[in-house]
Design a protein around this ligand. Sequence first.
Ligand code: 13P
Ligand code: SF4
Length: 346
Amino acid sequence: MSVEEIYQDMKAKLHDVVPDFELRYKAELAVEINRLKVEKNAVILGHNYMEPALYYSIPDYKGDSLGLSRKAAETDKDIIVFCGVKFMAETAKILNPQKTVLLPAEKAGCSLAESITAEDVRDLRARFPGVPVVTYVNTYADVKAECDICCTSSNAAAVVESLHSDTVIFVPDEYLARNVAQETGKHIIFPTKIPKAGVRSSTDLDYQIIGWQGRCEVHEKFTTEDIANVRAQFPDVVILAHPECSPAVVAASDFSGSTSAMIRYVEETSAPRYLLLTECAMGDNVAAENPDKEMLRLCSVRCPHMNQITMEDTLNALKYNRYVIEVPEDIRVRAARSVERMIAIG
Ligand code: 13P
Ligand code: SF4
């Protein structure tokens, strides 16, 4: 597509969201990115949190963590450029050891992935022998390598149920674990850092999910007070919360699901206005796709990691082959088992 065609395409969707001069500038970047993408036989995967101009111009596939993991597993391209954060790019590499995986911003991390180490998981295993470990995909490869199966926000309850185990260890997102416990009717505890009385066997346990106190620095900020205030001002608003929000926030909302589930919910329902309790850029993307529906935003809450991925850096990623994601082979092989097991569940 030419600059003019991309500009017109973006304008059709984003004229109410992004100023015209910015669309023209972004269209020029998009043409260059798309040209290099073809020249280098690359695929661009874009998470739902990408800023609107990027989201609507360069990704071959857009989606949530699970959807993009699936696309990463299926691709036959030589290079995967991941417009998302590091744990997502690492998951793509885990599934594609022969391919080059590029993350446009070297330091695009995640507070959940930072909250737990491989040693922490080994310690939990030693304290609760025989208990299967589920790890949220928002973790680094060495943590995935220590667990039995991964999950994302769209299949967490199904993954826990699939284990047919009385007790599971679920790390590292405290709120997601609490929400899954509620959904599956399981009882949850959070072990203290120092075990009180030696090792217990799984048959001694009177609880069913053993959690960890990691938090998403974005979703933990939403409160039930925010919800009450918005409902008082807009009584007809429909509120959607990501399951990384607290159980109280999820309970006070009308729907909870992964980023893609939220997008589908807005598309398939017909309320006059919606509030998305998640990264703010997604509200812009959903608004662009649903011009007849009003999106309220809480835009003081941004993900500083997702926000690092820009079109300029994506262009540089393709130009200079950077930043290359590497995962040591022994870790990759063990992490791949957990990711592939998850993908098979759906
Ligand atoms: P999804 O898998 O729902 O897209 O969530 C990823 C994420 O990082 C949410 O903050
Ligand atoms: Fe991590 Fe939260 Fe950002 Fe998602 S929104 S990448 S969970 S810090």
